[in-house]
Write a protein that binds this ligand. Structure first.
Ligand SMILES: [Zn+2]
Length: 306
């Protein structure tokens, strides 16, 4: 059987193998034990280059994980995660991300790869192809599409649903939200804030198509002062969310924001839900006091450069 060559192809192949094994032994399908999978699978399929070590180490701050060849040139590989990271979800995602590098990129990177916290949020293949590929692989391995779709079917997505999914798959909340954003037909965005500023943000395709997104890391943008994230509301209020009037977040529509705060409050994760239907050109014009023919174009330009 030929081997896959794409991130999704690899994830689907491993999912098929896991489903067969788990079905035979009556084991629960989730969460996926990446450490065992990586070692068992690599030994069988790549006996000359097996993964023989998966462990935590006290890596430098900002480094989440590494794929590393055996120092004695035996052909063996190791996957290392930063043991100072407490979140089991982040650890699990990192292991899957490194397994993705092993399957897809080890031949072109014989000295291995070191991956930062930032790389785990790199989903733009145009900007950083191999990191985006490793993330896509991890996402599809840990959260197979059929199961993910079944879990959210007929449910109104909110932070609680996303938290339940993060628990089911043992991934971080942001990984679960990003997965949803890549498959949903809703207009939605995740905004991760750090120290009062937007660290990064990601819009669903339907939201991007209506011109609402933060351009990639070109400038420093403060969290909107009226947002839940900036106001540091209590946890219950943040999870429950708030429907903001026009003008708090990007766009010319009211936006529902739900926010969770990291325990030390230095990081915020906001899920923004926009109305299903974007305002039409004429509706947007009516929102302006003195509509001009190019109102919509200005609006689009403004979003593009922010
Ligand atoms: Zn990486």
């Amino acid at each position: 059987m030929s081997l896959p060559t794409t991130p999704k192809g690899w994830a689907i192949r491993l999912t098929q193998i896991l489903s067969a094994v788990q079905g035979t032994h009556g084991l629960p399908r989730f969460p996926i034990d990446v450490a065992t999978l990586a070692q068992d699978f690599s030994r069988q399929v790549f006996p000359n280059a097996p993964i023989t070590m998966v462990r935590g180490l006290n890596l430098s701050r900002g480094v989440d994980g590494m794929l590393t060849p055996h120092p004695h040139g035996s052909g063996e590989w190791g996957i290392i995660f930063n043991e100072t990271i407490r979140s089991p979800g982040r650890r699990n995602f990192t292991l899957a991300h490194e397994l993705g590098h092993y399957l897809l990129h080890r031949r072109n990177n014989p000295n291995g790869l070191t991956c930062t916290n930032r790389n785990m949020a790199d989903w733009d293949e145009g900007r950083n192809r191999i990191e985006a590929e490793a993330n896509t692989f991890a996402s599809y391995l840990l959260m197979p599409l059929d199961d993910f779709r079944a879990q959210i079917k007929d449910r109104t997505v909110d932070i609680d649903v996303m938290t339940a999914l993060a628990d089911r798959y043992a991934v971080s909340l942001t990984a679960a939200i990003l997965k949803w954003l890549t498959i949903t037909d809703k207009r939605a965005m995740v905004v991760v804030g750090k120290d009062g500023f937007i660290d990064w943000a990601w819009s669903s395709e339907p939201l991007i198509r209506t011109g609402i997104y933060y351009a990639a890391r070109q400038s420093v943008i403060e969290l909107p002062p009226a947002s839940l994230a900036a106001q540091e509301v209590d946890g219950e209020t943040g999870r429950h969310g708030h429907l903001h009037p026009v003008g708090v977040w990007l766009g010319s529509e009211p936006v529902r924001e739900m926010t969770v705060f990291s325990p030390t409050n230095e990081m915020t994760i906001s899920l923004l839900l926009y109305p299903d239907r974007a305002p039409s050109r004429s509706e947007l014009a009516e929102l302006e006091e003195e509509p001009t023919p190019d109102t919509f174009d200005k609006f689009m330009d403004c979003k593009a450069v922010r």
